[in-house]
Design a protein around this ligand. Structure first.
Ligand code: SAM
Length: 266
């Protein structure tokens, strides 16, 4: 079992698919959103003076500046690395500065009135997904878990005209909204909606000879099946392609050995 992937997180997990071994796949937690962090805040840090000597320094910033948003790796091996979590104030700043096309904003606002609206990715996450697709020059993409289409539309909008996104979703009602927005955005021809159970769709794509033919996949469906989806996506995405998995760090359970044992036993 390579990734403990059962938990919803604001952070997607990125995986570069490597031919060498899955064990060597690169993972990176990126992006984030508003959530409650219970972590110890920084109380001291260390600085290196001009002579190279290291000394402990009491943190001088007022606590309200950092709040509980700074975590320090307690291991000297990591140089007491500080990791900043996202506070509501910081997240507000991110949202205020994200580039969200008008059509995505309309879709997000329409979805807000629907059941399950919290499931759609946030504008900053959508921007990240779109950027990744562009950075790797992806043409053939897969999304598992479409809902009303926010993330898939963000991807479809940046795909080239010859680009192609397979959008897997089981819920007809949310797909109706997604399709309406694909049409309005003029990207319907790039999106192949598969209204079925995602595992069935992915399996039939493999049987159809599409293995190793996709550049990018975004996994954002029900968590209990993540391992199955991930294995199927590993077959469909080409070597050097990218699989982005949402929810990996949700509630921190991924780092909880007890939770991991439970999930492995399922
Ligand atoms: C978190 S939402 C996806 C949100 C979407 N990526 C967005 O940004 O708007 C998860 C979606 O996965 C769908 N889903 C759950 N299980 C599924 C399955 N077995 N097959 C296909 N879709 C499934 C749900 O119906 C739901 O719409």
């Amino acid at each position: 079992m390579m990734f403990p992937l059962f938990y919803r997180s604001i952070h997607p997990m990125l995986t570069l698919h490597s031919r060498v071994s899955r064990k060597f796949s690169l993972q990176a937690a990126v992006s984030s959103g508003p959530q409650e962090f219970r972590c110890s805040s920084i109380t001291s840090t260390r600085i290196r003076n001009l002579n190279g000597a290291v000394r402990a320094l009491k943190l001088e910033k007022p606590r309200s500046f950092y709040g509980d948003s700074v975590i320090v790796a307690d291991d000297d091996k990591y140089g007491n690395k500080q990791v900043i979590s996202v506070t509501p104030q910081l997240y507000k700043y991110i949202l205020a500065n994200v580039r969200e096309p008008e059509i995505l904003r309309d879709l997000r606002e329409e979805t807000t009135t629907m059941r399950g609206s919290q499931m759609q990715v946030s504008p900053d996450q959508a921007q990240l997904l779109a950027m990744l697709v562009q950075l790797i020059g992806a043409k053939r993409c897969i999304e598992v878990g479409v809902y009303t289409g926010y993330s898939s539309l963000a991807i479809a909008l940046v795909l080239p005209e010859s680009g192609y996104l397979v959008a897997c979703e089981r819920d007809e009602k949310s797909l109706e909204v997604a399709k309406r927005y694909y049409k309005r955005a003029g990207v319907s021809h790039k999106v192949d909606v598969k209204h079925a159970l995602a595992a069935d769709s992915l399996k039939s794509m493999i049987l159809n000879g599409e293995a190793c033919s996709y550049d990018f996949a975004f996994l954002d469906a029900e968590k209990r099946k993540y391992h199955e989806y991930f294995e199927l996506l590993l077959q469909l995405v080409r070597v050097g392609g990218m699989i982005v998995v949402d929810n990996v760090l949700w509630h921190g359970k991924v780092a909880d050995p007890l939770a991991l044992n439970d999930s492995m036993g399922e």
